[in-house]
Design a protein around this ligand. Structure first.
Ligand code: SF4
Length: 191
């Protein structure tokens, strides 16, 4: 059978199913309901671009004893004012990103001169980041500009935000970075 003939046949079969009283739309809706029947919903933001579409992540098994929670479905959030339930192909593939076995789940560090990344626990990572910020700021803080005017700025640290950062998070970033004297701040569209 040629591809075109097959497609024609399939279309006829679908038409036939409706004519015979099978409503495929309802069947598909039922399938979707079965898939997410026992899941919990978590509202989140698509991490891929600064459009920041809202998503609902469905997780199975996160309330059951001894069960490993697993994300089984991700869809656009119909109540979200930005995307109203729609997702582009990248956002629609988010489930594969979440379940990807190569996804990083803990911080890593690449030491000076090293050719590889090492895992590091969260507490150590936060300590190290804090220590590097302090050392860098202490070594490079500018109190006065060449004309003797007080500027209190730190030009050797920059902050680059990610697209899942919320306005509230970005507010805290600006307050924290400005208090350190950091001038170079960049965030995505929502700030
Ligand atoms: S779904 Fe597409 S448009 Fe929306 S935030 Fe994700 S990548 Fe951007």
């Amino acid at each position: 059978m040629k591809r075109r003939t097959f497609l024609k046949g399939s279309a006829a079969a679908v038409g036939g199913a409706v004519a015979l009283g099978f409503d495929l739309k309802e069947a598909r809706a039922e399938m979707r309901e079965l898939k997410i029947a026992r899941t919990t919903e978590t509202r989140s933001t698509c991490p891929y671009c600064s459009v920041s579409c809202g998503v609902i992540i469905h997780t199975l098994g996160d309330k059951a004893k001894n069960a490993v929670p697993q994300v089984v479905h991700v869809e656009g959030d119909p109540d979200h004012p930005i995307n109203r339930g729609t997702l582009c192909p990248k956002g629609a593939s988010l489930e594969q990103d979440i379940r990807n076995e190569r996804r990083l789940l803990k911080p890593q560090v690449r030491r000076p001169g090293s050719d590889h990344w090492e895992d590091i626990d969260w507490d150590s990572a936060i300590d190290e980041v804090g220590r590097w910020i302090k050392n860098t700021r202490d070594a490079s803080f500018i109190e006065k500009d060449p004309k003797g005017r007080t500027v209190n700025r730190c030009e050797s640290i920059a902050w680059n935000g990610g697209c899942t950062d919320t306005n509230e998070f970005n507010y805290l970033v600006v307050k924290t970075m400005r208090s350190l004297g950091v001038c170079f701040l960049e965030n995505q569209a929502r700030l």
